[in-house]
Design a protein around this ligand. Structure first.
Ligand SMILES: NC(=O)c1ccc[n+]([C@@H]2O[C@H](COP(=O)([O-])OP(=O)(O)OC[C@H]3O[C@@H](n4cnc5c(N)ncnc54)[C@H](OP(=O)(O)O)[C@@H]3O)[C@@H](O)[C@H]2O)c1
Length: 270
């Protein structure tokens, strides 16, 4: 089975490297890549032993699964002229474009084309994406499994109802930046108090990683865990109440709502 990628930027590089180099689950000879300048596709292909194609049409002609890896606003520019190529080959179509719905995508393909919408995040680069996917009614269980296998080479994969996909793109996508910001702010505070930045960031990241594992593995909700850390009259409760007084939780909810609104607006733009 062959896999084609249209676009060879940040996210496609992470996926292709995860498939071929990270997990060695796929062979480069089964992967076909193209990009606008073709230079980035060539570079990625050289790194992974994959094939380079001069055009998206060539990718489609060679592929059983075609992954659309261009920016969301580029889809409308390139898909109309690829309709015939898709009709001739009838591949399984996978889109990673943020905000673009299955309904929007289906308008560019022949009727009954199986389409899977996938949302990975940038932690894919180290095999740690929390990826969400949803599929239209023409995708078989086997095809869905195939896509899950591809994206499990870059982390975990969860099926999300499309009605909740915008919510997922905040939790699974944008919140990556929120987490980076939290860690950076904490590490800077440690620098202010006298610790070198590198060490402060390393310790902060390890603490966040450990806390995330605790939530996932213990099955406990955050508040009972917070209570365990806050001794009566102790130091941690001072910090927790200072965060609350500063609007930490309310600000996060505002940030969530802002991303959600923008995601929906992008989805509505044709
Ligand atoms: N980056 C993320 O964290 C992330 C997370 C989730 C989803 N996504 C989605 O992933 C997709 C790609 O994002 P990205 O960050 O990887 O973008 P990117 O790094 O800018 O890559 C975009 C790629 O599209 C290629 N391209 C542009 N126009 C083209 C055309 N007409 N024909 C063929 N290829 C074309 C570019 O070619 P050149 O290299 O030649 O310029 C480039 O390789 C987007 O839809 C985005 O929503 C990204």
């Amino acid at each position: 089975m062959n896999f084609g990628f249209i676009g060879a930027g940040n996210m496609v590089s992470a996926i292709v490297k995860g498939m071929i180099l990270g997990t060695q689950s796929y062979e480069g000879k089964h992967i076909f890549l193209t990009s606008k300048s073709v230079t980035s596709a060539k570079k990625l292909a050289e790194q992974c032993g994959a094939n380079v194609c001069k055009t998206p049409k060539e990718v489609i002609a060679n592929s059983d699964v075609v992954i659309l890896g261009v920016k969301p606003n580029v889809l409308a520019a390139i898909l109309p002229e690829l309709q015939q190529a898709f009709a001739q080959k009838s591949p399984l179509v996978v889109s990673i474009a943020a905000g673009k719905t299955l309904d929007y995508l289906s308008g560019f393909f022949p009727e009954k084309t199986p389409i899977v919408r996938v949302m990975p995040n940038i932690n894919a680069k180290i095999g740690a994406s929390a990826t969400g996917l949803c599929a239209n009614e023409f995708v078989s269980e086997k095809q869905k499994q195939l896509v899950q296998e591809i994206f499990s080479t870059i982390g975990t994969v969860a099926e999300i109802d499309e009605s909740q996909f915008s919510i997922f793109s905040v939790i699974g996508g944008a919140s990556v930046a929120f987490a980076y910001l939290y860690m950076d702010a904490l590490a800077r505070a440690a620098v202010k108090a006298g610790m070198p930045k590198k060490q402060a960031l390393q310790l902060t990241a390890e603490t966040v990683l450990g806390s995330a594992k605790m939530i996932l593995k213990s099955g406990e909700a955050p508040w009972p865990l917070i209570d365990q850390v806050c001794s009566p009259g102790g130091t941690t409760i001072e910090g927790v109440t200072a965060l609350q007084a500063g609007g930490f939780e309310a600000t996060l909810v505002k940030a969530f709502d802002a991303v959600l609104a923008k995601d929906k607006a992008i989805g509505e733009k044709k």
